[in-house]
Design a protein around this ligand. Structure first.
Ligand SMILES: Nc1ncnc2c1ncn2[C@@H]1O[C@H](COP(=O)(O)OP(=O)(O)OP(=O)(O)O)[C@@H](O)[C@H]1O
Ligand code: SF4
Ligand SMILES: [Mg+2]
Length: 314
């Protein structure tokens, strides 16, 4: 459904995205993970056409169902692609009732619907996202709802557009753990029941583990590993993915210290001709500083590292 090849986004002197490729099948929840500032949201914004004017976007391919996205973002936004963001309170208009906000979206995207049909559709959508008593929710203003309820309303608004590809940018970061689990479960149900496709942007490996069939790992704007979640999490091949997993309390064996990754991400203005992870990589060898690492394939998993898949990694 989505095919992005070698996306780069430069904003001023910042290499926000250096080289990210993603292929996402219909009906898939695809995880995009990496630490803060690695270009996850900018990748989502590029698909939505929501980058600042000075951003320079280039890609060998960027298509939705084979049709070019670049240049057509405004037409696709809200028709095929919708955003669920981290902060539901900011996504909702604080001075308009939920009924008005749902009605505005439905009126815009379903021009033939009469008012009574829009009201019924709004009520059905709120029920679909697990909100009991939709009439009461419709009468409410955002501040009268909890964070979890607000995020469900945001999801209902995304569905109201008719979009079938959702970009969920840290959709549960602002929610407590039990509400997070409910919202992730809702998204999985919507994928199964409505055939939606989701790009799940997160910095939380447990979100990937719980709901993504495939995952792409990004470091400093560069895709470094991708593949089925089970394989990538079970047998990570790139040293950066290994470091991310080694820092997770649930993954490290009892009694073993959590690993930390020494150093920090490279400056966003710096250009690279060798491995971008080299100065933080314990496995770095002279060759890593001489040329960009090749992609190496291990079954359905790929890693951009000189030594991925070598016996030393087993
Ligand atoms: N509007 C902008 N103008 C200038 N630089 C930007 C803009 N938006 C993002 N950037 C820069 O692009 C890089 C990637 O940012 P991005 O927001 O995509 O990171 P992220 O992976 O989503 O991080 P986080 O996990 O903190 O949300 C960062 O260096 C950021 O400072
Ligand atoms: S190519 Fe070299 S420096 Fe880069 S991740 Fe692999 S081992 Fe580390
Ligand atoms: Mg972000």
């Amino acid at each position: 459904m989505i095919n992005i090849q070698h996306l780069s986004v430069k904003i001023g002197t910042t290499h926000a995205v250096r080289d990210i490729s993603l292929t996402i099948d219909e009906g898939e929840i695809h995880g995009l993970i990496g630490e803060s500032g690695c270009g996850k949201s900018v990748t989502g914004a590029a698909l939505l056409g929501l980058l600042p004017d000075q951003a320079v976007v280039a890609a060998e391919a960027m298509t939705l169902d084979g049709h070019a996205v670049l240049g057509a973002e405004a037409q696709l936004r809200g028709k095929r692609i919708a955003l669920i963001s981290q902060d539901p309170a900011a996504a909702l208009n604080p001075v308009l009732s939920i009924a008005r906000q749902m009605d505005d979206v439905l009126r815009c995207h379903h021009r033939t619907f009469k008012k009574s049909q829009r009201r019924a559709a709004a009520s059905d959508l709120l029920t679909d996202v697990g909100l009991p008593d939709p009439d009461n929710i419709l009468r409410s203003y955002p501040h009268q709802l909890s964070g979890g309820m607000q995020q469900r309303v945001v999801i209902a608004l995304a569905l109201a557009t008719g979009a079938d590809f959702l970009i969920a940018d840290e959709p549960t970061t602002a929610l407590d753990a039990s509400i997070e689990a409910q919202v992730l479960s809702l998204l999985k149900t919507l994928v199964q029941e409505r055939g939606l496709t989701i790009l799940m942007i997160t910095h939380d490996m447990s979100v990937i583990e719980r709901c993504c069939g495939n995952v792409s790992v990004v470091y400093a704007g560069v895709l470094v590993e991708n593949g089925p979640t089970e394989q990538v999490l079970g047998a990570p091949q790139h040293p950066y993915t290994k470091a991310l997993l080694g820092a997770l309390p649930g993954v490290v064996k009892k009694g073993q210290p959590l690993q930390t990754l020494p150093g920090s991400i490279p400056p966003a203005h710096k250009a690279f001709t060798h491995c971008i992870f080299a100065d933080r990589c314990e496995a770095a060898a002279p060759v890593c500083l001489q040329q960009p690492p090749p992609w190496r394939q291990i079954e359905h998993q790929s890693a951009r590292c000189q030594f991925a898949g070598s016996p030393a990694d087993d």
